[in-house]
Design a protein around this ligand. Structure first.
Ligand SMILES: O=C(O)[C@@H](CO)OP(=O)(O)O
Ligand SMILES: [Mg+2]
Length: 401
């Protein structure tokens, strides 16, 4: 039924105009799936390796395709992903490239779903999942690695936690994005957009907090439900070994000062989500902050855990964080990403499925979030490569996929 009969790989463009890998998987009973690899900019030190697209394609054609075509069933995701690891031969996909691996992994999952005639989220999560929908975290104001001369904190994220539906939540985030545009115009602060479609004004972090607070309050009144906000601090990008602290435009914060600063912002703005507030190597500092605010906000490890079960287990052992960001291309396959989600869930950690700053029109992460009952998905607020996922979530909720 789902024996893989062909795999085709090609170079396509991502949202930054860079080359990435697209994979088509075909099966003996006519199943078809297509997957495209995203790409990060504020990458974690411990992420799986992305090779230049042409090199990843050549290596995958040479090493992976012979292990998959005529050998493996697309319906058995663990077999597909085990074959990808065998083809790669390393522990970080530096052999065939995490970009070719994840494109093939996602394409195979879609081909398996296609043969079943089931939506991808049902194939991935089974019939007993798929009734819960994630709240979208919408990237509204951005800086850090995603935009020059903007905020030090990488992302200010709208969180429509009171929305009665995915549809309402998606439109609320778009309204917050528009409201911030209007506030910036009123303050005569023209702004372009960063990699993920967020506004990137040349404002201080404190002013960005004020603008976010004003915008979510206005839109919450308009929509009639609670809208909070959160952050991706991308602390590893701010942390500097030589400075022995977190480098901001207005000075360096020691680790203790950074913990105090973030805890203060959680209290002041009732933040519901704080991602990578500290450096990717500092489990202890993550644990200190989690002890302080973990009962009132998600303290999420992105660069800290890189969707990796070993790094997540170390965090669980150290009580570092209470949630993990899930990015299939950070670890290379859907099996590895789901293993991380299952470990997180078994350990009382939440999982937040996420896009990358370099994205495509691929919608896999929308299905993965629903398939795994993720409470949040981080995939922007506007922009074609972001609305592809957001609109797919609306279709899933509407049973129209
Ligand atoms: O830091 C992050 O969480 C991601 C997504 O926002 O950005 P990048 O893909 O650049 O790592
Ligand atoms: Mg992040």
């Amino acid at each position: 039924m789902t024996l893989i009969t062909d795999i085709r790989l090609r170079r396509v463009l991502d949202s930054r105009g860079n080359a990435t890998v697209e994979a088509d998987v075909l099966t003996e009973s006519g199943g078809f799936g297509r997957g495209k690899a995203p790409s990060g900019a504020s990458t974690g030190e411990y992420e799986a390796i992305e090779l230049p697209a042409n090199e990843a394609i050549a290596k995958a054609r040479e090493e992976a395709l012979p292990r998959l075509i005529g050998e493996v069933h697309a319906g058995n995701q663990r077999d597909v992903d085990a074959a990808l690891h065998a083809a790669d031969g390393t522990d970080d996909f530096s052999g065939i490239g995490a970009n070719s691996a994840v494109a093939i992994s996602m394409a195979a999952a879609k081909a398996g779903a296609d043969v079943l005639g089931a939506p991808l989220y049902q194939h991935l999560g089974g019939t007993f999942r798929g009734n819960e929908y994630p709240t979208p975290l919408g990237n509204i104001i951005g800086g850090g690695e995603h935009a020059a001369d903007a905020t030090n904190i990488q992302e200010f994220l709208a969180a429509p936690v009171g929305a009665p539906s995915v549809e309402e939540a998606v439109f609320a985030n778009a309204a917050v994005h528009q409201e911030v545009y209007d506030i910036l115009a009123d303050r005569d602060l023209p702004a372009g957009k960063g990699d993920e479609g967020a506004w990137a004004p040349s404002v201080s972090d404190d002013e960005a907090f004020e603008i976010m607070d004003e915008a979510v309050e206005t839109v919450a009144d308009d929509f009639g439900f609670a809208i909070s906000f959160g952050l991706d601090v991308a602390g590893a990008e701010l942390y500097d070994d030589e400075a022995d602290g977190y480098v901001y435009d207005d000075g360096v914060k020691s680790t203790e000062e950074q913990i105090e600063y973030i805890a203060g912002k959680v209290e002041e703005y009732d933040l519901v989500y704080v991602e990578d507030p500290l450096d990717e190597n500092d489990y202890e500092a993550f644990a200190d902050l989690t002890a302080q605010v973990g009962d009132q906000t998600l303290v999420c490890g992105d660069d800290l855990f890189v969707t990796n079960v070993e790094r997540l287990q170390a965090g669980i052992n150290a009580d570092a964080g209470n949630s993990i960001l899930i990015k299939p291309n950070q670890i290379g396959t859907l099996t590895d990403a789901v293993d991380a989600i299952e470990l997180a869930t078994a350990s009382g950690y939440e999982s937040v499925v996420s896009h990358r700053s370099g994205e495509t029109e691929d919608t896999t992460i929308a299905h993965l979030a629903v398939a795994t009952d993720a409470p949040f998905i981080k995939t922007g607020a506007v922009g074609g490569e972001r609305t592809a996922k957001l609109n797919e979530l609306i279709r899933i909720e509407d049973n129209a996929v």
